[in-house]
Design a protein around this ligand. Structure first.
Ligand code: ADP
Length: 206
């Protein structure tokens, strides 16, 4: 748990309710959290889903691991501590997005269960939907794809602490959705996420 450092701060409740924001946007905010090995297809699926949602008139935004590390989290590396802080920050950011009425699509390896559970908790404490999508893909297939050549570097010892090679990946025990991207096409995965969101009433415009 991250320590509260600042003192003399008071929560300022706004004049506008979440319900008003949702009504204005005609949708409910939520966080869809994609977790899985590097190259499992998280970003590919999240970005394809973003396209579909935008085309259907929903407000969605992808928060992508590498992209966020270019800005907000540029001061973080890949130690267990930095990975935890990376996920803590992104959990807080997507909670704000969801509270604003947006559908946040988070694509992060997020290898540790405790860090993902903490992100889930801050959403449930705020009564916001948190949908964990396990983008499951065998290490063998992920390594075959290796779109950024990272597995090759990790196997050669040029990258230390690479998830799946010399750093652990803790699979989610109870995700809302479990994809198998070494067996499903990108389109099938996108459709499965859409179905899951629909079943959870995310698209109800009330
Ligand atoms: P991640 O975000 O998990 O690191 P990426 O989405 O960046 O993964 O890369 C996954 C790569 O695998 C992409 O080049 C994608 O086109 C490819 N790919 C091939 N088949 C699939 C599939 N069935 N589902 C998802 N991605 C796939």
């Amino acid at each position: 748990m991250t320590k509260q450092v600042a003192t003399n701060i008071t929560w300022h409740e706004g004049e506008t309710s979440r319900a008003e924001r949702q009504k204005n946007l005609g949708q409910k905010g939520a966080t869809v959290w994609f977790t899985g090995l590097s190259a499992s297809g998280k970003s590919t699926i999240a970005m394809a889903l973003e396209q579909v949602l935008i085309q259907r008139g929903f407000h969605a935004y992808c928060l992508d691991g590498d992209n966020v590390r270019h800005g907000l989290n540029k001061n973080l590396g890949f130690s267990a501590e930095d990975r935890a802080e990376n996920i803590r920050r992104i959990g807080e950011v997507s909670k704000l997005f969801a509270d604003s009425g947006l559908i946040a699509l988070n694509s992060f390896i997020s290898p540790y269960t405790a860090d993902r559970d903490q992100a889930r908790k801050i959403h449930s404490d705020a009564e916001l939907a948190f949908i964990e999508v396990f983008v499951d893909c065998s290490l063998e297939e992920a390594e075959n794809r290796d779109p950024k050549g990272l597995y090759k570097k990790a196997r050669a010892g040029e990258i230390k602490g690479f998830t799946g090679i010399d750093d652990p990946y803790e699979a989610p025990p109870n995700p809302e959705l479990h994809l198998h991207t070494d067996q499903q096409s990108i389109e099938e995965s996108v459709q499965a996420v859409l179905d899951c969101l629909e079943q959870r009433g995310l698209f109800k415009k009330d």
